[in-house]
Design a protein around this ligand. Structure first.
Ligand code: 5GP
Length: 204
């Protein structure tokens, strides 16, 4: 049996165990695996799905908007948030802090809303201790070699940067078994269809 089939079979059982009225979907992936594209496709496909906008101390990239892509805040504000238990999870990724608002999750889930989180493996581990029913999806490139080719073709990273990203990817992929579903993004239309199928399974 393929990994995907095992994960799907387990997913069916977990639906009945869900305690929260809203569903919490988490997607994680090594950089370059197509996670943002697939996340956007889910938001387009399911208009009532809410995106949890993370808080970060990193600077906005070209075209990114405060309150849309992230809430861009200072390190002091972020650290105050840690002290005040403002984050449902938080992590330091590539030297910057990233966190998810606990208040947003609790309010929206108890109002029956479905939420999409795009967070890393450290954040997923924390969310699962707080929301054990969260539906976790790990998006994988077909291989590390293909990931390398995609990062090179993207042309936004130096060779040294690509080496760091590949090293991170290797580490992140080692944590994939923590996730309930694994989607291999070989052809985007196939991966999109597989994701829609997973979301529909829980939302129906
Ligand atoms: P980027 O800076 O490229 O937008 O994101 C870098 C990494 O941080 C990605 O793997 C992304 O999933 C992760 N990330 C974004 N927001 C959060 C968050 O709120 N919490 C955690 N733990 N990771 C996040």
């Amino acid at each position: 049996m393929k990994t995907g089939q095992v994960k799907k079979a387990r997913a069916k059982v977990d639906i009945s165990l869900s305690k929260s009225p809203g569903h919490l979907f988490i997607i994680s992936a090594p950089s370059g695996a197509g996670k943002s594209t697939l996340g956007r496709a889910m938001l387009d496909q399911f208009p009532d799905l809410l995106y949890s906008i993370s808080y970060t101390t990193r600077s906005p990239r070209q075209g990114e908007q405060n309150g849309v892509d992230y809430y861009f805040i200072t390190k002091d504000d972020f650290e105050n948030g840690i002290a005040c238990h403002r984050w449902a999870e938080w992590a330091e990724v590539h030297g910057n802090y990233y966190g998810t608002s606990a208040d947003f999750l609790d309010k929206k889930l108890s109002a029956g809303k479905d939420i999409l989180l795009d967070i890393d493996i450290q954040g997923t581990r924390q969310i699962l201790t707080r929301y054990p029913d969260a539906i976790t999806i790990f998006i994988m490139p077909p291989s590390l070699e293909i990931l390398r080719q995609r990062l090179e073709a993207r042309g936004t990273d130096s060779p040294a940067n690509i080496a760091v990203r590949l090293d991170n990817a290797r580490k992140e992929m080692a944590a994939k078994d923590m996730y309930r579903h694994i989607v291999i993004n070989d052809r985007l239309p196939d991966a999109t269809a597989e994701m829609i199928n997973i979301f529909e399974n829980y939302r129906s």
